[in-house]
Design a protein around this ligand. Structure first.
Ligand code: SF4
Length: 332
């Protein structure tokens, strides 16, 4: 049994403009010690998927269907009190913007210690000692001194390390990192990704990295799930999705990755157009208005995910190999 498994997850929000179907039919699984990259542009549903794992999209305006199984226990139906206990302790999260996630008025060591004390009965002294060790563990120099720093006294990269330390305070089984590097420059991004990979190999935790940047995912993920307009359009192992991409959207994301060591004047090819509004999705394949391979039939039916390799699935009947193994199931 996978450590974390999403089965047919659907998330819809009731808004004044109408029902926003943010996540449709998303299924994926993640094992201990593995990294799954969830990638897509803004509005693709990737962050809503990640937040739903933690129960952070629950509200009276939200309809959630399907299953989020952690060691076989469905988090979608778990009472809020049990879910709250599980957040941080079994599933940790690192958010995009450390400055808005850290309290500006409190020292970082205090904030990490409080994260520990929220779930464990330990003395303030023991929690502070743990904070120092966690700060050391995420590669911040002079942890005994930095433990008393305020967030504004640290660089963006250091603040992101503090967020990671806080998320690791309770030794979670799964760490979800939502755009963990997007606010950082390229060098610091690489350092944060290397840090996450090192911590994962030390702890054996499962890592779910959410990013709009396939370049971030390409280097570190074992499995890749590409989302567009709330649906999975391609998923598989890294070699299948990065090395043998089929879906035009994945191909477009790959072409728009800047190569630091590439020719200076190498042209990036952005995907034409912009993602659709979630309240007014195009019919059929939602990517068809931007797709250079589109044909009239593409606007008629939402493409099923077709299995085209051992773990490789793609939602494009036009470009999938002519005899796909099996359609998983029709899509609504
Ligand atoms: Fe493009 Fe059609 Fe494939 Fe959609 S189904 S990705 S529109 S070719």
């Amino acid at each position: 049994m996978a450590l974390l498994e999403l089965r047919d997850l659907e998330v819809a929000f009731r808004t004044r403009e109408g029902i926003v179907r943010a996540v449709n039919d998303v299924s994926l699984s993640l094992d201990r010690g593995r990294t799954l990259g969830l990638v897509g542009e803004s509005g693709s549903g990737k962050t809503v998927t990640a937040l739903t794992i933690l129960g952070l999209t629950r509200s009276e305006q939200t309809e959630i269907a399907g299953e989020v199984l952690l060691d076989g226990v469905d988090l979608v139906t778990l009472p809020e009190s049990e879910l709250r206990d599980l957040r941080g302790r079994r599933v940790g999260m690192v958010f995009q913007d450390p400055l808005s996630s850290l309290h500006p008025m409190y020292r970082i060591g205090w904030q990490i210690a409080e994260a520990v004390r929220a779930h464990e009965r330990v003395s303030k002294k023991a929690a502070r000692a743990r904070a120092v060790e966690l700060i050391r563990g995420v590669g911040i120099p002079s942890p005994e001194a930095r433990v008393d720093a305020y967030p504004h006294e640290l660089s963006g990269g250091m603040r992101q390390r503090v967020m990671i330390a806080m998320a690791l305070a309770l030794d979670p089984d799964v760490l979800i990192a939502d755009e963990p590097t997007s606010a950082l420059d390229v060098t610091v991004q690489a350092q944060i990704l290397e840090l996450l990979a090192r911590l994962q190999s030390e702890t054996g935790m499962a890592l779910l990295v959410v990013s709009h940047d396939l370049g971030v995912i390409a280097e570190h993920a074992d499995e890749v799930v590409v989302m567009y307009a709330g649906r999975v359009v391609e998923q598989g192992t890294r070699d299948e999705v990065i090395g043998a991409a089929i879906h035009p959207y994945t191909l477009g994301l790959l072409e728009s990755i800047p190569h630091v060591d590439g020719p200076r004047m190498a042209q990036l090819t952005p995907i034409p157009g912009s993602p659709p509004s979630a309240v007014d999705l195009p019919p059929g394949c939602a990517f068809h208005p931007r797709c250079t391979y589109a044909r009239p039939s593409c606007a008629e039916l939402v493409p099923a995910l077709l299995r085209v390799g051992p773990d490789h699935r793609v939602a494009c009947p036009v470009l999938a190999p002519t005899s796909p193994l099996t359609p998983d199931k029709p899509r609504r």
